[in-house]
Ligand binder design. Structure first.
Ligand code: GSH
Length: 205
């Protein structure tokens, strides 16, 4: 039995719900975090001492860190993992880059524009975040120029992790540069029903 703890509007939860849906895996999701709270309780912290979402529970196995969950699902079900070692390494590279470069860049933009009242916004932090995220998106655009997806011509776990942030960037930054390869790739992601259900239809809140 699989239980996923985490609110549906969280970017880090969405990459996992999107992946689970793509894999056709049955699970129960429990709303915790954000307005639902619960993450500071001793019961939750016993599963996830970071008080963060998502937390993935499969029988007596507990796992946190969204990209670790993606990697586990990919290896367990042998899905969305490139066959060739080097393509697989490239997928791992972009999973790490999503967490260490892209996510920190967009966080002040998302929090400033979506979760902060206009009168309380730190415009300098938002602008710096837009600059940093745009620089990262230019890197992503360049990386997508020769392949359909980020680690080759097949979709992989890294596309899920990058796709949820790209959605936020394209929604929030209206004067983004052209990014033709990102738009072509993102167009492919948008045709996937699981992306529509677990990301596009949830909106930014
Ligand atoms: N590196 C962690 C970050 C987890 C994280 O920061 N999650 C956010 C939501 S996107 C969270 O738990 N925020 C507190 C809350 O929802 O109460 C991961 O990828 O799982």
């Amino acid at each position: 039995m699989i239980t996923l703890y985490g609110r549906a509007n969280s970017a880090n939860v969405q990459k996992v719900t999107w992946c689970l849906a793509e894999m056709g895996i049955d699970y129960t999701r429990i709303d915790v975090g954000g307005v639902f709270g619960q993450v500071q309780t001793p019961e939750y912290q016993a599963m996830n001492p970071n008080s963060r979402v998502p937390t993935y529970v499969e029988d007596d196995f507990i796992l946190w860190e969204s990209n670790a969950i993606l990697r586990y699902l990919g290896q367990r079900h042998r899905l969305f993992m490139p066959f060739l070692l080097r393509n697989r390494a490239i997928m791992q590279q972009w999973l790490d880059w999503q967490q260490t470069t892209l996510m920190p860049a967009i966080t002040p933009v998302f929090w400033g524009l979506v979760r902060t009242k206009p009168e309380d916004r730190d415009q300098k932090a938002i602008d710096a975040g837009i600059t940093a995220t745009t620089a990262a998106m230019v890197i992503l655009d360049n990386a997508l120029k020769d392949t359909l997806y980020i680690a080759g011509d097949e979709i992989s776990l890294a596309d899920f992790a990058l796709g949820i942030i790209t959605y936020r960037y394209l929604e929030l930054v209206k004067d983004a540069p052209a990014l033709p390869n990102v738009h072509r790739w993102y167009g492919l992601l948008k045709t996937r029903p699981a992306f529509e259900t677990h990301v596009l239809n949830i909106g930014l809140t």
